[in-house]
Design a protein around this ligand. Structure first.
Ligand SMILES: Cc1cc2nc3c(=O)[nH]c(=O)nc-3n(C[C@H](O)[C@H](O)[C@H](O)COP(=O)(O)OP(=O)(O)OC[C@H]3O[C@@H](n4cnc5c(N)ncnc54)[C@H](O)[C@@H]3O)c2cc1C
Length: 423
């Protein structure tokens, strides 16, 4: 599969990268790794050197300083770029033929090409000014200062981040209640049947979970629920999702209703110019195997930029291996409430669910598999405390097409996952 049929009319000699997070860092590293010796400018709205976000929740209370990407990835974007402007947000964009102009409070920056890597921002519903969010290092520092033993915390949202924070806070002696509008934790990304298996984890961790009820109001003393109940709290955390941070683009690029930039397999905007690419949380990528894949997860921000830069520079085949794919399979990981989750692939809302192992728990963990409706085509695998399925699941999504599995054999834990593949 070629990276992208659309290339800039001439190779860029200058690139501006907007966003100094994971995707921005990997973009700059990929530019240099692929031999780009032109001028690279990096704009980052936050004042901090690029850091990793997953530890912000998992190590909220035991890691007081940000984990720098320079140390995590061995790639120092600040050293690799020619011009670094931290604490400088892009405010607007003008797309010109073969060039871009990025507007900042200090004036306009012109370059031959742009990589949009401005990530996402946490959602805070209107009127919830008394709720905290957790997205940046400074959000984490604020929360950390408040979350001391004996404090009462209400987390709104039993999604990935809400579950992680609830677990670490409860383990630190904080009284935690979680309110989730859907009938089960993680019901949005995983469905109610699988999410329901996680509900007991909350009680096991000493956390009270309320499902199927919305928060109607957040106030300094806690939250009021839509069913008339109230929960008193000293700290309220809104963990109700994130949206692409693309407001600064105005109407310079076509955006999806949620603000995402829909990109092709080479990360160029589908309806936009070829000298612009969008990577990481801002991008909704058209994958030949998985359909439209939203951003929002670490691995996509790690691996997408390499593909995007190859397409932008026209640096040819991805690797020496002619069968290597330029279509990273979606991968999400989480450590929550004492459990390890890894998900590969992309689950469709109507996919058929097959359980492998006992979702009520057990020493060997379990996995959930999803198949395209009425078929043997595997679309996604979730492993829960089951490392033995992780490598197999990753390899299943390494081919040019989605694998076909015998669902009955896949459900049988005596059969290795790879043994269920139909040739
Ligand atoms: C608390 C937390 C825990 C997470 N845990 C996991 C996990 O366990 N597993 C997983 O798969 N994913 C996890 N994620 C998601 C993962 O961290 C993101 O998918 C990843 O960071 C996306 O990288 P990115 O570079 O696209 O965006 P970001 O990391 O958001 O970086 C974008 C950068 O752009 C900057 N920016 C924004 N607007 C502008 C502008 N106008 N001008 C200049 N700069 C701008 C921002 O300040 C930010 O530094 C977690 C996220 C959070 C917040």
């Amino acid at each position: 599969m070629p990276p992208s049929p659309r290339m800039p009319s001439r190779p860029p000699r200058s690139v501006v990268v907007v966003g100094a997070g994971l995707a921005g860092t990997r973009t700059i590293a990929a530019l240099r790794e692929q031999g780009f010796d032109g001028v690279v400018t990096l704009l980052g709205a936050e004042p901090d050197a690029p850091y990793d976000r997953p530890p912000l929740s998992k190590h909220l209370l035991d890691r007081p300083t940000p984990t720098l990407l320079r140390d995590e990835l061995g790639a120092d974007a600040l050293a690799l770029a020619d011009d670094v402007r931290l604490g400088t947000a892009a405010r607007g964009l003008r797309v010109l033929p073969g060039a871009v102009e990025v507007l900042t409070d200090d004036g306009a920056l012109t370059a031959d090409a742009l990589v949009v890597a401005s990530g996402s921002h946490a959602l805070r519903p209107a009127g919830w000014q008394d709720a905290h969010v957790l997205h940046t290092a400074s959000d984490a520092a604020r929360l950390r200062a408040l979350l001391v033993p004996g404090v009462r915390l209400v987390v709104v949202g039993a999604g990935w981040i809400g579950a992680e924070v609830a677990g670490v806070a409860a383990a630190a002696g904080i009284h935690v209640e979680v309110v989730e509008a859907l009938p089960a934790p993680l019901a949005g990304p995983l469905g109610v049947a699988v999410g329901a298996a996680f509900a007991p984890w909350y009680a096991d961790a000493g956390v009270t979970l309320h499902t199927g009820v919305q928060v109607a109001r957040v106030h300094p003393g806690g939250v009021d629920l839509a069913d008339g109940r109230s929960i008193a709290a000293d700290v309220v955390l809104a963990a109700v999702g994130a949206r692409p941070a693309t407001g600064w683009l105005g109407d310079a690029l076509p955006l999806e209703p949620d603000g995402a930039v829909r990109v092709d397999a080479g990360y160029a905007p589908e309806e936009g110019p070829a000298h612009v690419r969008a990577v990481g949380d801002v991008a909704r990528r058209r994958s030949p195997r998985h359909g439209l894949v939203p951003g929002g997860h670490w691995d996509g921000a790690l691996r997408g930029p390499d593909v995007a830069v190859r397409a932008l520079l026209g640096t040819g085949a991805p690797t020496a291996d002619p069968d290597a794919l330029d279509d990273p399979a979606p991968y999400v990981f989480s450590t929550q409430l004492g459990h390890d989750l890894a998900m590969f692939g992309h689950r469709g809302p109507y996919d058929d669910l097959v359980l492998r192992g006992d979702a009520a728990g057990g020493p060997d963990g379990w996995s959930a598999l999803w198949f395209a409706p009425g078929s043997d085509v595997l679309t996604a695998v979730l492993t829960v405390d089951r490392p033995r399925d992780v490598g197999a699941a990753r390899r299943l999504f390494a081919g040019r097409t989605l694998p076909r599995l015998d669902p009955a054999r896949a459900a049988d834990t005596d059969v290795p996952l790879r043994g269920a593949v139909r040739s």
